[in-house]
Design a binder for this molecule. Structure first.
Ligand SMILES: [Zn+2]
Ligand SMILES: [Zn+2]
Ligand SMILES: [Zn+2]
Ligand SMILES: [Zn+2]
Ligand SMILES: [Zn+2]
Ligand SMILES: [Zn+2]
Ligand SMILES: [Zn+2]
Length: 1797
């Protein structure tokens, strides 16, 4: 029985469906005392039959299953719950619902999310796009990112937003209603009762099943009665094995093909598990063992379970019930609360939610995400239960984290990821901190997981196993949780919170203690280290903890009590760590400059030293905070200082700084890169806030509490420089020693002096100096901009990242910098305003040495420019001339100095004053030890050429002296003189052992070897004397004081004003001068080129000599005409220079052949029908181009000319080189030699062939012009003869017989040839063999590209293909000029001119290299397409021919027929004109046939204009004629005015192309009107083409001749068919091209980038059902969205797997593609299968920067100019060239796998 139903479940179920009533079943269940028993029985019976996972379940099977679940299983539950028709009842519930204010939209992968930089409580607060657009934040400064999936919209959460928490659609409906009212109260109590019952039973069932771990049995009550031997072999996902491994294994284990295996692998990756086999136990067990064996060799095997089908079915149904619950509660807040309450009811084994969470890591991915979703929809949406859930979550926190660390799934699939939803809510975080001691719990859990310690209890990452490293990676997520908890700090502290926070702080100190001193290093001497020690783990930890440390300090700052207590605890933790330091070794005594101090016996260069000192740094941070408190300023004695002696405090940071100095000095070279990297990160912006910066502060802290002399002596001693400065002898000894050691010492001295400068000068941290936080940022920005102008993103990178606090950059930047907008490339730049230059400090602590020297150079340059620009000589910061006013003294600012020469000295800026706690630091500047150092260095500097000192050393000493003088001046300014204790200027005048410092300086002032420092020394001397005068004056009691001097600010302002005025005047003068120069130059140019101007303005003067007298020129005789017997030809001889051998050469038919390098490619740029470009295969018709122009051949050239022989030699060399190269490494180059590609030897432009240069056409023959009738008759006759000869193979008729057939008459007998027509005549080629060879080279290259086949020299399609590239290139160029509003002639760059003219001349000679009969046949067919009277069946109808192509082909092929005419009667030129007239007429008819005359745009205006000029009458007449021929197929005629105007518009492109063609063919100078960009050039154009401006005259003047022709065109049945076809269908896709053809444009992109992101986020892969595409990519040409860079969408072509983009490019762009990678915000160009490059996107942020890879998240807006530039590249066919250039410039691009994109 069971077997039967297993085999055919469908029929069994059918019966079930028929007899089942959900309502009755529900009633029965309701009557039962306990719901569980009847429900379970029902499920046990039905679930195993209804649900069978996978196993070839088709779509229908899935639908049937869905239906069964709904009708048989869920419907009774709904009836039971609602007691009425479920769908109606649910709607009613929804309407009664008050509506949640929370949006709660759960994000898809790739969906855009928005956060407001101004209002978000923290960066994790985000809005969905719908809410964002309806919120106030859209006008704020916001940040956009793409979601990684999971997480939900925070709209409506008032805690998440400082303002505007609701968008307009989530605004609470009625504000007055009590928000806290229980939504359950508003429900029917009966319903509530039933809901409790149903939810409780269903949820328990689901939890039981999802946490069920038996493979072959079910919970009590669910066991089926009959249990068949049906099992699944279930494969589980892990993050260890790769896609490829899984695919390979499955093919082996379950015998499936590649495709099935890929599908299994995809499902298992998405769902977390999939059944790979269904059958009896044995069968499944066997597959399991193969999989386990195959994957278990290197790693943990893949998890596989053999599960009974009923177990799997119940699990699947359990998931469906969770989805059902989600759906039901979404209708009612009350029901949601009931479910929450059920979920958190305590039962055996904890609440249901607890049970789910605790088995989270055991569940498969799919199950996890379903129940996580339910949690988000229920518990997290209910404000009351969110709190209770948060408590449960926190209680289980340790356990959940441990499970997560052991698990191998990504965090986003773990329940622990919910922490971001809970901990970031400030009120919840506070509550959990108080009730669960969350902060300590997190830190201690973290510590628990990192157990690998050394003997001192420090973390030890060296010799870490891969397993431990993996675990370390996962444990780091705990730090993220800690960050969430700390993000929103509190202002109102309760006693309890203080206790809990300090408890957490204590735990944090414990963590820091484990880091203090880790990864210590010892200097390697002699040998290089053998193995680079591990350093990254420690720095990863440091980087992760940096923001935490900063946040903890921020917390303590808000409460003085907490701060003091934290300081105390930190101090005691540190003293424990330092206790061992002073032990053991005997201290040593140091004596210098009459001072004595005791210190450790320790040397950085010999003993252990560590960079990791987080405890010291924490203390330094807290100390600065203390210094900002009120206690510090009022009762400093109450501060918890003491305990540690200052020398002990500075010891470790000082060692670390000395280590850096020694590394700089090259003393640690043997310690390898690991150390270099550590030093790098120590200073790097990511770490420095909590490393280098704090070490510097710690030195400031220590020094402020010590005797400055003692501090400096200890510093000297740690730098191992003490002996050098303590005795002159040792310095001498040293100088005689090793050069390396000397250099080392010099560097160390420089570093030490720099350190002293920083300790005294760095006062921009609030608390150290009296500054505001913004001043710190401003200084940072100023110093970055002093290096060079920078883009916004560069500035952001230079500032430390602070996720939840803005750096303040935006507020500061505009005050200190100008913004320079970006052009079409590049980015916007900020440039420092010059007035901020005076804040430049050369020894800015965040400068690297490289930055420093760049900034110094830039500053010197700026200052010298600035001062040389001003004749008065007052540079920035320089005061008025000394003595000019009595007020000038030291008060005139630090810059006051002699102004005879510009001030170039980089004087230190005036620093802000210190805070009281640090005030004593200034004494370092005037202490005896420093004075002694200064005097020593100055003495050394007096010896020119000595290697014992360096200029940097001197520069630093001078800087220190300047700082001291500025300090003294500041003190004198703000205090009365007797209070001023700072008297550096007096001290340096005291005589020392070798004279006073001042005397030394005076001798150095004029020393020739110190020219560079002359300015600075001069400035110092001036300053000293100023101060001296000031002191004397104030002693003498004169009342000169600062107040009498003008306020320095005022003076600066005045000076600036004057300066601006002067500059404006200068600029005006300059402008005038330039204008005068320009007009002079212009006059000169015109007089020089008089002839040229004359010529081009009076074109009729030139041709008179060559024009024949025998024909009349229509319309205006003497006009510039480019076609026909009256054409004007300038057959000048041109000379060109070969770029390879530099020889000049005349272009001549017989001379050495010259060639132009060229690039030929297929193009769909003009295509009117992209679908058909791919369908055209190799056998396609090449003689007739369809008006759709689906595929053209474009030729471009860089215009560089070579000898053919020179080029051949060059190309062979390239080939050989490439062959050799490819043997070594088979990488792609930017060009593909095998396909004939090379780079132009001069400009490296991508090329794949060469065009031969030919002499221009000869001047028109002086023969008579034939009338149209004569010509038609003759030609007809000629063609008939030719055709007869070709088809019969008979001998041609004798020449001389002129009588013959009328056109259209069939010749049964041998036709008679016209007079002089010699069929046997073989035209002699006028070209030398070398030119002919080049001509076939080019023809074959075009052939190869066009047909993608191997070249075949005898193929008759060769000539038409060459003509086609000529015609197409002209058409493409014409469109570009037209759309750019550029004049038809004279606006093209030289290289394009050359290319077009070479192409036309080449094409005109093309027939000479092909067999004459081939070309004659071509002409015959072309001709018959016009006349339709030669019985050729294989010509297309009038509507299917592009007329310009027809014109070009027929003109070019006519020469082959004409050559046979030896009569001397006919003229090629008049034939060209007739052809032009006929084709124009044909086009006119074509236009009239295809124009839709019911165009509403013009219909209205037409009414008023009716009855106009002759054109309109004639047009209407012609149209009426056409209408009579075709009647119903053609709509009735509209007005003549309207017709004529649409005809004019439609014909314009054709005429323009024709003008270009004949211009380049005949080198006729164009009339002046066509050199202007005015669009109305109809007259000029017609006259240039020798056409009447009323084109209808072409027809009406020759009606008798042309009427039969028109009749024939119209009576072609295909014409009628095409018209009917297009009439019945809509305009688009009808296949009938309308004229003028629309120019192709790239697809429109939305203004706001996020719109695009949003569109792409809902795009799913077209091949795998419902899967989100990982790399959605937009084709910019046709707008198709593709699933790029993914397995699923690869297509095989010629044995290669092509990615979606590459494949699409082949069809859409004939190989060239341009795409927009939406998620990366990047443009992608591809050419062919293997080449590509990325191009900057057309989206810019407010700062004029692109954001490739979307890393910064600034709002991005479409930049039209950039998009147009990309469009132009495409329309100019420049993509391949851009790619080649990019690949040439960046070799790494060649390694990217373009093929699979
Ligand atoms: Zn939303
Ligand atoms: Zn909203
Ligand atoms: Zn906002
Ligand atoms: Zn040459
Ligand atoms: Zn070139
Ligand atoms: Zn496309
Ligand atoms: Zn795909």
């Amino acid at each position: 029985m069971a077997d039967a139903s297993d085999r055919d479940p469908a029929s069994a179920l059918c019966a079930e469906f028929l007899s089942f009533s959900a309502r009755d079943t529900a009633s029965a269940w309701l009557a039962a005392p306990d719901l569980t028993a009847p429900l379970y029985a029902h499920l046990a019976r039905l679930v195993p039959h209804l649900l069978r996972e996978g196993q070839g379940a088709g779509l229908r099977e899935e639908q049937r299953e869905e239906l069964g679940v709904q009708l048989l299983l869920l419907a009774p539950l709904e009836w039971l719950l609602l007691r009425e028709e479920p769908s109606a009842a649910l709607v009613a519930l929804k309407e009664a619902n008050r509506g949640s204010a929370l949006c709660g939209h759960v994000f898809r992968v790739g969906e855009p999310t928005y956060s407001c930089r101004e209002c978000a409580a923290d960066p994790t607060c985000v809005l969905c796009m719908n809410c964002f657009l309806k919120s106030v934040h859209k006008d704020h400064r916001y940040r956009m990112t793409t979601s990684g999936g999971g997480g939900f919209c925070d709209c409506g959460d008032s805690e998440a937003w400082k303002q505007g928490p609701y968008c307009s659609s989530h605004l609470p409906k009625d504000q007055d209603q009590d928000q806290d009212q229980d939504p359950v109260q508003s429900l029917d109590p009966d319903l509530v009762y039933r809901a409790f019952q149903v939810f409780r039973t269903v949820l328990r069932y689901a939890v039981d099943m999802l946490t069920w771990d038996q493979e072959n049995s079910l919970p009590p009550g669910l066991e089926p009665k009959e249990k068949g031997d049906t099992f699944y072999c279930m494969l589980f996902n892990d993050e260890v094995h790769t896609y490829e491994q899984v695919i390979y294994t499955l093919q082996k284990a379950v015998n499936c093909n590649q495709k099935e295996a890929v599908s299994f692998a995809t499902t298992v990756d998405r769902e977390g598990r999939t059944s790979v086999r269904f059958g009896d136990f044995q069968f499944c067990e066997q597959a399991k063992s193969v999989i386990v064996r195959n994957t278990g060799r290197q790693s943990k095997p893949l998890k596989v379970q053999v599960m009974h089908s009923s177990v799997v079915a119940h699990q699947v149904f359990a998931l469906k019930t969770l989805g059902w619950l989600s759906q039901v509660i979404s209708c009612s807040d009350g029901l949601r609360r009931v479910l929450c309450s059920v979920a958190l009811e305590s039962g055996s084994g904890g609440t249901l939610v607890d049970r789910l969470m605790l088995s989270d890591s055991k569940m498969w991915k799919g199950a996890r995400s379903v129940y996580h979703q339910l949690l988000m929809n229920s518990l997290l949406m209910d404000p009351q239960y969110k709190k209770i859930f948060a408590l449960h979550f926190a209680q289980n926190y340790e356990r959940l984290q441990s499970d997560y660390v052991k698990d191998d799934h990504d965090r986003e699939f773990s329940i622990t990821d919910l922490s971001v939803q809970i901990f970031t809510v400030p009120s919840l975080a506070r509550m959990l901190m108080l009730e669960q001691n969350l902060m300590s719990v997190i830190i201690r859990t973290f510590l628990d997981h990192l157990r690998h310690r050394d003997l001192q209890g420090r973390f030890q990452f060296d010799r870490y196993t891969a397993q431990q490293a993996f675990k370390f990676g996962r444990v780091q997520s705990l730090i993220g949780d800690l960050k969430y908890v700390l993000i929103s700090r509190t202002a109102d502290w309760s006693d309890e919170l203080r206790v809990k926070f300090l408890d957490g702080f204590e735990a944090f100190l414990e963590l820091l203690r484990c880091m203090q001193g880790m990864d210590a290093v010892v200097r390697q001497v002699g040998q290089h280290i053998e193995m680079e020690p591990e350093w990254e783990a420690a720095f990863t930890l440091q980087m992760k903890l940096t923001p935490i440390t900063t946040m903890i300090q921020d917390w303590t700052r808000t409460d003085e009590h907490v701060l003091m207590e934290a300081y105390r605890r930190c101090l005691s933790a540190l003293s424990q760590c330092l206790s061992g330091l002073a032990d053991g070794e005997q201290p040593i005594n140091l004596n210098l400059a009459g001072h004595m101090v005791e210190t450790f016996r320790y040397q950085v260069s010999q003993d252990k030293v560590s960079i990791h000192l987080p405890l010291c740094r924490m203390l330094a941070g807290l100390h600065v905070l203390l210094s900002r408190t009120e206690v510090a300023s009022r009762f400093p004695e109450q501060l918890p200082l003491g305990e540690l002696s200052p020398p002990l405090l500075i010891e470790l940071p000082l060692r670390c700084l000395v280590l850096c100095a020694q590394v700089h000095a090259g003393m640690w070279r043997r310690n390898g890169f690991s150390l270099i990297n550590q030093i790098y990160y120590y200073h790097n912006v990511k770490c420095r806030v909590e490393m280098f910066d704090k070490d510097l502060i710690m030195l400031q802290v220590g020094a402020s509490m010590m005797d400055p002399n003692h501090f400096l002596m200890i510093v000297l001693s740690r730098f191992e420089l003490f002996h050098i400065f303590s005795s002159t002898d040792s310095r001498k000894r040293l100088r005689e020693s090793n050069k390396d050691v000397l250099q080392q010492n010099n560097t160390l001295i420089e570093e030490m002096l720099h350190l002293i400068i920083m300790v005294i000068g760095e006062r921009f941290v609030p608390g150290v100096g009296q500054v505001e936080p913004l001043e710190e940022v401003r200084r940072e920005i100023i110093h970055q901009l002093c290096i060079r102008p920078m883009a916004h993103s560069e500035l952001v990178k230079a500032l430390p990242e602070n996720g939840n606090k803005e750096t303040g950059l935006e507020r500061v930047i505009d005050s200190v910098a100008f913004f320079r907008k970006p052009g079409v490339t590049g980015r916007g730049m900020y440039e420092l305003k010059p007035e901020w230059n005076k804040h430049f400090n050369l020894y800015f602590h965040h400068y690297s040495r490289a930055d420093q020297s760049k900034a110094e150079e830039a500053q010197r340059k700026a200052r010298s420019q600035f001062s040389s620009g001003s004749s008065s000589g007052s540079g920035p910061g320089s005061g008025p001339s000394p003595g000019s006013s009595p007020g000038s003294g030291p008060s005139s600012g630090p810059g006051s100095s002699s102004s005879c020469r510009p001030v170039l000295a980089l004087v230190p800026p005036v620093p802000p004053p210190f805070c009281p706690l640090f005030a004593s630091l200034v004494n370092l500047l005037q202490c005896d030890v420093l004075l002694s150092l200064e005097s020593t260095v100055l003495q050394w500097a007096s010896e020119p050429g000595s290697t014992g000192w360096t200029e940097s050393m001197l520069q630093r000493v001078l800087h220190l002296m300047a700082m001291a003088l500025i300090e003294e001046q500041q003190q004198l300014e703000s205090n009365s003189e007797d209070e001023v204790t700072f008297n550096y200027s007096i001290k340096i005048q005291r005589p020392g052992s070798c004279g006073s410092l001042l005397a030394l300086l005076e001798t150095l002032h004029n020393a020739p070897h110190l020219e560079l420092h002359k300015d600075m020394i001069g400035w110092i001397l001036k300053m000293v004397s100023n101060i001296k005068t000031w002191r004397q004056r104030s002693v003498s009691g004169s009342s000169v004081s600062l107040s009498s001097a003008p306020d320095p600010e005022d003076r600066v302002r005045e000076r600036d004003k004057a300066e601006r005025k002067r500059k404006a005047e200068m600029a005006r003068l300059r402008r005038e001068k330039v204008m005068a120069q320009m007009s002079a130059a212009q006059k000169h140019f015109i007089s020089e080129n008089k002839e040229l101007f004359h010529q081009s303005l009076e074109p009729d003067s030139a041709p008179s000599s060559s024009t024949g007298e025998l024909h009349r020129c229509p319309d205006s005789p003497g006009a510039q005409v480019c076609v026909g017997p009256c054409r004007v030809g300038v057959a000048s001889v041109s000379h060109v220079t070969c770029i390879l051998c530099q020889e000049e050469q005349e272009v001549h038919a017989q001379g050495r052949a010259m060639v132009l390098s060229a690039f030929v490619q297929r193009s769909t740029v003009l295509s009117q029908n992209r679908q058909s470009s791919s369908s055209q295969s190799q056998s396609r018709e090449v003689l007739f181009m369809n008006p759709e122009i689906a595929l053209g051949i474009h030729t471009a050239s860089c215009g560089h000319v070579m000898h053919a022989t020179c080029w051949q030699r060059y190309f062979e060399a390239v080939q050989q080189k490439e062959q050799r190269r490819q043997q070594r490494l088979r990488g792609h180059t930017s060009f593909d030699v095998e396909n004939g590609e090379f780079l132009c030897p001069l400009c490296e432009c991508l090329s794949n062939t060469v065009i031969p240069l030919l002499p221009p056409a000869t001047s028109p023959a002086t023969s008579t012009g034939q009338s149209l009738e004569t010509w038609m008759n003759t030609t007809n006759l000629q063609l008939v003869v030719l055709r007869h000869r070709q088809s019969a193979g008979e001998e041609g008729p004798r020449p001389g017989e002129t009588q013959g057939a009328r056109p259209g008459e069939k010749q049964a007998a041998v036709p008679l040839a016209p007079e002089g027509f010699d069929l046997d005549f073989v035209p002699e080629s006028a070209l030398c063999s070398c030119l002919s060879e080049m001509m076939s080279t080019f023809s074959l290259a075009v052939y190869k590209v066009a047909l993608k086949t191997n070249p075949n020299e005898t193929d008759p399609r060769l000539p038409p293909l060459s003509w086609s590239t000529c015609a197409f290139t002209i058409q493409a160029t014409e469109r570009l000029l037209f759309d750019d509003d550029k004049p038809l002639f004279g606006s093209l760059p030289c290289r394009q001119e050359e290319c077009l003219s070479a192409l036309c001349r080449f094409s005109s000679h093309c027939w000479t290299v092909a067999p004459p009969s081939t070309v004659q046949q071509h002409f015959t067919r072309l001709y018959s397409a016009l006349f339709l009277d030669l019985d050729l069946q294989d010509v297309p109808c009038l509507l299917d021919i592009d007329m310009f192509h027809l014109l070009v082909y027929s003109v070019l092929s006519y020469s082959a027929v004409q050559a046979l005419d030896q009569s001397g009667q006919s003229s090629t030129d008049s034939a060209h004109l007739h052809l032009l007239h006929l084709v124009t007429l044909a086009h006119l008819v074509q236009v009239l046939l295809s124009c839709s005359s019911t165009d509403p745009r013009t219909a209205e205006s037409a009414m008023e204009q009716d009855g106009g000029g002759p054109e309109e009458h004639l047009t209407l007449q012609l149209y009426t004629l056409l209408h009579t021929h075709l009647d119903s197929a053609l709509p009735p005629a509209a007005s003549g005015w309207q017709l004529w105007h649409s005809v004019k518009d439609a014909l314009l492109p054709f005429l323009r192309c024709a003008a270009m063609f004949f211009h380049y063919l005949h080198s006729t100078v164009p009339p002046a009107d066509l050199l202007l960009s005015d669009r109305d050039q109809w007259e000029a154009l017609c006259s240039y083409l020798s056409l009447p401006s009323n084109l209808l005259l072409l027809y009406s003047q020759q009606r008798s001749l042309l009427d039969p022709l028109i009749h024939r065109w119209c009576s072609d049945p295909r014409v009628r068919h095409r018209l009917n076809e297009s009439g019945s269908r809509s305009d688009s896709g009808s296949g009938l091209v309308r004229f003028p053809r629309e120019s192709n444009h790239l697809v429109d992109l939305p203004q706001d980038y996020s719109v695009l992101i949003n569109q792409a986020s809902s795009f799913t892969c077209p091949r795998s059902s419902g899967d989100q595409a990982r790399a959605p990519t937009l084709c910019l040409v046709c707008g198709t969205l593709l699933c790029s860079q993914s397995y699923c969408c690869q297509t095989e072509l010629d044995g290669d797997d092509l990615g979606a983009c590459t494949f699409h490019a082949l069809t859409c762009g004939a190989g060239a593609g341009l795409f927009f990678r939406v998620r990366e915000c990047q443009v992608l160009f591809v050419a062919g299968k293997t080449k590509g490059c990325f191009y900057p996107p057309p989206y810019l942020d407010d700062y004029g920067e692109t954001d490739q890879g979307l890393k910064r998240g600034n709002p991005l807006k479409l930049c039209m100019e950039r998009y147009q530039k990309i469009q132009r590249l495409w329309r100019q066919h420049a993509l391949a060239e851009v790619i080649a250039h990019a690949q040439e410039a960046n070799q790494t691009l060649a390694t990217i796998d373009w093929q699979h994109l």
